[in-house]
Structure formats: structure tokens, C-alpha cells
Design a protein around this ligand. Sequence first.
Ligand SMILES: Cc1ncc(COP(=O)(O)O)c(C=O)c1O
Length: 374
Amino acid sequence: MNPVDSVLSLVRPEILALTPYSSARKEAVADGARPEPSRRVWLDANESPKTPAASLPSEASAKDGRLNLNRYPEPQPAELVALLAALYGVAPAQVLVTRGSDEGIDLLLRAFCRAGQDAILATPPTYGMYAVAAGIQGARLVTVPLVRERDFALDADAVLAAVRAEPAVKLVFLCSPNNPTGRLLERSAVLRIVRELAGRAVVVVDEAYVDFSGAPSLAAEITAHPNLVVLRTLSKAYGLAGARVGTTLAHPAVIGVLQKIIAPYPIPTPVLQAALAALTPDAQAAARESIRTLVAERTRLAAALAALPAVKKIWPSDANFLLVAVSDSARVMAAGRAAGVIWRDRTKDVPNTIRITVGTAAENNATLEVLSRV
Ligand SMILES: Cc1ncc(COP(=O)(O)O)c(C=O)c1O
């Protein structure tokens, strides 16, 4: 079987056979109507002919200074897809824009896992949504813990052994840099898992925090490995968590499967405007500068935290947060709350740890000030 057919053989048969909903705008775009939207008479989608008087303002799109919210958006806005493809170094056909990368996780579960039959593998402690999305879909969760003694490194041998022992595993979720531990997973170990599971399982590498690592993305490997999927997001380094713009990067055949099950109009027009504004050359340069500042603050914060008696250990971080061991996480969290500084208690993942997001210099000073008093 060729590599593309072998990855498609992992998809739920009923999804492969499904005729997807064909929205008005999708058909119009397929017919080539998109390039001159204002020169057409749009009577295909039962929309209102007018945008509300109180509609959101727009400098870019509408003649009268208002966003055309009366119109359904393009299902996958071509301009945004092209910008994201360039940002992530892939072809537009390898891109699916979603409502946050959380939607990418959900779509993958629904496309590959049959309820009550299939399973996913995750490597705790890790991002909780893999298990939740599996629970929603009725997929079983197989776990292979990261190796705590080696700063939560990936155990590739154990992952491969677990998948071989569990034919039900269709998706392997690897988070790199991992949340909440903060470290990049070793690239060669991830690629070995991808190679050895070709035709057997899809490996999903969640790179929500990779912009803070200085390491190259695995997106460039997608062309060579149809069973590799990479998740990216504008929520972290690009500051757009409130807009919900995630990207699933995969072989066009896999993107085609996910296109069948995604909601007809996932990217609202105001979200599109926010994303386009965040991806202009100037905005991208500003984002890169913010990343540099944040990484310098991460180093400063880690060094200053290490000197505090309340802090027992700080794990090395390639992300925009630090996992910190303290003697009593509940007490530390209470002190933070009392001072109006909110961290995240990760005790359920790693006993007596808190996860501290790296903020502005002033916010990081607030963290240091509170923790110096505990
Ligand atoms: C590892 C990881 N993946 C994905 C997400 C979700 O990101 P998004 O805002 O793109 O849905 C998060 C959010 O915290 C995360 O930590």
C-alpha cells in the first residue's frame, strides 16, 4: 500500500464514505466566485442583504466602514490559509484553519477513532484536552508517561511497544514543547516514532509552544511522512488566544478528511480580520520581538525563582511557562490568590508543582514578590 493509502486506511470507514455538507459559500468558491465579491449579486445563502447598523467597524473590508457581517465567511479563507502556510513553511493544501488547535484535536479524534473500539495514546503529564477529546468521542486512552528522572523525556521505545501491544491505538499525541513540563521532546525520538508507526497510527505533534523554543518545527517533515500531523496556534506567541485561530498541518489527503467533518463556517469574519492583522509583515516582526523579550524574561524569572526558599525545583523550559516544584502547592497558590497573582496548580500532574506563565517584566516581578514572601 502506498503511504497515503495506508494513512487513509486508518480513518473511520464511515467518515471516508461520508458525503460532507456542501455550504453555499463553498460551492461559490469552487465555482470561482471569490475574487470579485463586491461585483456579484449574492443570493445563494439566505443571508440578509444588509449588515446591521451596529456592526463592528472595519478599516479594511467594507465601503461604509463596517464589517460585512451579513455574509457567511469563506469556509477556509484563502488569504489566511496562504499566510499561515508561509508562516509555517508548508503548502496551502497542507493547512486547515480551525477554532483554536483544540478544534484540530477534536476533529482528529472524530475522524480516526470509532467510539467504543479505537484508542489514542498520550504521554502524561501532558495537555489535558487529548484525554477529554478521547472521552467525548468514546475512544480509550492508553498512556505512556514521560520519564520524570530525565526531565520528562519521551520514552520512544515504550511508546512503540505500547502501540504494538494495542492495535486499537489510531492516534499518538506528542506535545513538544510539552505542557505542563515545558521541554521540547527529542526530535529524533519523535521522528523515529513517526517512521516506525507508518501505516499503523497517526502521530500528532502539538507545537503550541514551539515558537518559544528556538527549535525548528516538524512541519517540514509532513511531506515525507503522511502519518505525521502538526498542530500550531496563534494563541500563544501571536497573542490571539481570544480570537481562536489554530492550524492543523498535514498531508493534503488527511486535510481533505478533516475538511469533511469541520463545521461549514469555522472562521468568523471578525476572527479573520484579527488574524490577518496579526500576520502582516510588521505584526510578524513585532511578534518575533515579543518572543525574544519573553525568552529573556523566562531566563531571568527562572534564575530569580531558583534563589527563593519556597522553590524546590524548576524544570528547564522551551515554552512560555515554567513548571516549579514547591513544598506545598496549595499554600503557595493561596498566597498568590491573596495577592491577586494567579498561577496554575499542577499537583494532579506532578505533586506539589505550580505552572507559572512568563508575563511582562512587571508581572514576573509580581510572581517573584509573592513567592519571596511564602
Ligand atoms: C499544548 C496545547 N495545545 C493546544 C492548546 C490549545 O490552544 P488553542 O488556543 O489553539 O486551542 C493549548 C492551550 O493551552 C496547549 O497548551
